[in-house]
Design a protein around this ligand. Sequence first.
Ligand SMILES: [Zn+2]
Length: 344
Amino acid sequence: MFGLTCLIAGCSGGPSAVVPSVRHYAHPGDADALAEIVAYSSRSRTKLPPDYVLGRLRQRGGVPVIDAAFDRVVAHDTPATRSELLRAIELDFVHRADTSSLDLVGTELGERFRSFDWQHEDYPGGDEGPNEMYAGTLADALDGVTPERRANRAAVAVIVRDEATPELWEYMLGQWREVPGEPRREGEGNWKLNRHAVGAYVEMREAAARDGVDLTILSGHRDPRRARENAARVGNSFAVASFSSHSLGLAIDFELPRPDGETSDDEDAGGRFRLSTRPMSAVVDMRRSPVHKWLHLYGREFGWYPFQHEPWHWEYNPPGFRAVFFDEFPGGPPQRDAASVAGT
Ligand SMILES: [Zn+2]
């Protein structure tokens, strides 16, 4: 354990010695100690739980890219080589079939959520399932990994229902832009998003592609005028459907491909998870999609945040975005008090 002692106390002298930035390890035992140190000191650099990182580092001979990155840390332990190692472990995590975003809440708790005997109706809302409260627990646990920032709800909202005057709707619709490379059905043009969300999304899509992950929009904008008409037609005068983050141009429903090389019995789904809120076990399983795992690890860097109950639904609402969203609206964002966002 000579190397471990050096790492903590420094090798070249007493307590005042400067810890060298590059260390060399001669003994295999030192590599084991280093694996533990990397795993348990990496919380600020990765969302992967320490025990997951350690598990991967102990499986030497398993994943060549990780092995090579770890060898570089063993040879030269620097912040840069450690970052490269953690990135290699993250990308392997994203693409593996046996991992899930639920592992990010901690491997033990994640495994409990994954192997739990979910019943068909346990998804919140609609007919009540016997374990519905645990679906809420699952969402809360994921919120500890990547917190929601809903664009249409609560204090962080860009806009809440009561603020949506006709002038504001007109302004919001005027801010929509087509997203390059994301066609809707034949002859309907591309999906649209708020102009700020478009740039952030395209940048994110390119970053994901570099990591071997294809982001594809299944559903983007939802025209509030059409949604209002539909709601009125079915006798819903409150037009519940018309105030969604999709109608603000700030939400995407993503396709969720299965892990690389995995096929399903469901031929119609074509290599993707079928997106549905029933059965609950399917909603749990689709968190194995590389897209979902990648978004949980990196989406926030591009301003995109989850809606925990729906793995496919992500919203653009980075901190400070409300002011940006209203920068061309006369008078700026509507005045807001606590009462106007309570219970929304
Ligand atoms: Zn959605």
